[in-house]
Design a protein around this ligand. Structure first.
Ligand code: B12
Ligand code: SF4
Ligand code: SF4
Length: 309
């Protein structure tokens, strides 16, 4: 949004508003893609400025889809519905009145990792490469910035939108409760037709499991993408065909078995077994509060595709 030179107040961008009304999904996707392509924050400074992420895939869900109520059972009782998070943040953050009038939609994104990052992490056996570690932390910073940008563009044309994990309503649910959160991006991506879960819990999209996920809620009607799969585990070869299981042996800490993903064991690998990576024992330069692992998302048949396609 531009500033009015007379008043220094932001000017309403009528041209952009018309563009949104003509084709809201194209408008949103163009805003996302342009930022992914041009933002210096989507760059691995220490690796020659390579992009952290390739262009994302985007999916849409109706915010009143009954599946969001089901997520209160399969994720956590405090998991928010899209309408709840929009109403909460409008009331508290902007002093507006809940409940939200009009249609509510979810926009979900899957951002594929740079191919070189996938390649080098696939060579690792015990812990993450430096490039994966930087992708984990710089990539999340970029993800947050991307949504702040998209939301400010939408607000500039009078459309309310919120990034739930950047509000005070977001929290990670920690032990002794089962690990979860009050806004799970992967469940949003599932609802928006981007893919399914897997043996190791990772989310497999048509661009593979080698993606970071993100999602936001918007006070507008966007045609839902539909869910082109038979169930919540359909894209994983282990469940779909009884084959594969490669991620079991990729895991350096025995957190994956034929019974699935042991989240507490995975947490222990991230924070305890892989502490030496943060302490410089595998070379200098590791950042963040844990090194990042991700061995089950690289060097696996589902890394860049739905396996078997
Ligand atoms: C808490 C958390 C963790 C915890 C717990 C992970 C977990 N499985 O929940 C720990 C610390 C173990 C963890 C580890 C990692 N994480 Co993490 N984590 C999160 C966080 C913050 C919340 C996840 C959450 O809410 N889970 C909720 C629980 C309930 O999910 P779930 O058990 O997988 O869901 C199952 C049930 O719902 C069940 N189910 C049963 N019935 C039904 C019915 C229906 C209809 C459906 C849909 C499902 C369903 O199926 C699901 C799969 O088994 C998200 C960010 C976010 N806000 O979403 C990132 C996130 C999940 N992590 C991510 C990553 C990359 C990692 C790590 C590689 C570490 C790293 N480098 O960051 C490892 C990989 C672990 C793995 N194999 O998945 C990515 C996943 C990307 C992907 N392609 O899947 C996310 C989405 C972050 C992001 N922004 O991209 N993580
Ligand atoms: S490696 Fe194989 S078993 Fe593991 S998640 Fe990918 S497709 Fe499923
Ligand atoms: S992130 Fe690492 S420790 Fe956790 S399940 Fe995947 S391979 Fe195992």
């Amino acid at each position: 949004m531009k500033d009015d030179p007379q008043t220094a107040k932001p000017m309403f961008d009528t041209e952009k508003k018309c563009e949104f009304e003509r084709d809201p999904k194209t408008f949103i996707e163009k805003t996302i893609r342009d930022y992914v392509a041009s933002s210096p924050a989507n760059r691995l400074e220490c690796f020659g400025g390579d992009p952290i992420f390739e262009p994302p895939i985007v999916g849409y869900a109706d915010g009143d889809d009954p599946i969001f109520e089901q997520f209160k059972e399969v994720v956590h009782e405090d998991h928010l519905t899209p309408r709840e998070i929009l109403a909460n943040s409008r009331t508290d953050v902007r002093g507006m009145e809940a409940p939200v009038a009009g249609a509510v939609s979810v926009v979900a994104l899957a951002l594929p990792y740079n191919k070189e990052t996938l390649r080098v992490n696939a060579l690792e056996k015990e812990g993450p490469s430096l490039r994966w570690n930087h992708t984990r932390w710089k990539g999340q910073e970029f993800n947050d910035e991307l949504l702040r940008h998209v939301i400010s563009v939408l607000e500039g044309i009078g459309i309310a939108a919120v990034a739930p994990d950047q509000t005070p309503y977001f929290r990670i649910v920690r032990p002794p409760e089962p690990l979860a959160s009050t806004w799970s991006h992967r469940h949003m991506a599932f609802a928006a037709g981007l893919g399914t879960f897997s043996l190791n819990d990772g989310f497999i999209t048509p661009k593979g499991i080698g993606v970071r996920c993100n999602s936001f809620v918007i006070n507008a009607k966007l045609e839902p993408s539909g869910r082109p799969y038979a169930g919540h585990l359909a894209n994983c070869a282990f469940y779909a065909k009884g084959t594969c299981g490669v991620c079991i042996s990729r895991c350096p800490g025995n957190a994956i078995s034929k019974e699935g993903h042991d989240k507490l064991q995975c947490l222990k690998v991230l924070h305890v077994h892989q502490k030496p990576w943060l302490e410089g024992e595998h070379g200098p330069g590791y950042i963040g509060t844990y090194a990042g692992c991700g061995l089950c998302q690289t060097g696996v048949p589902c890394a860049t595709q739905i396996p078997g396609l």
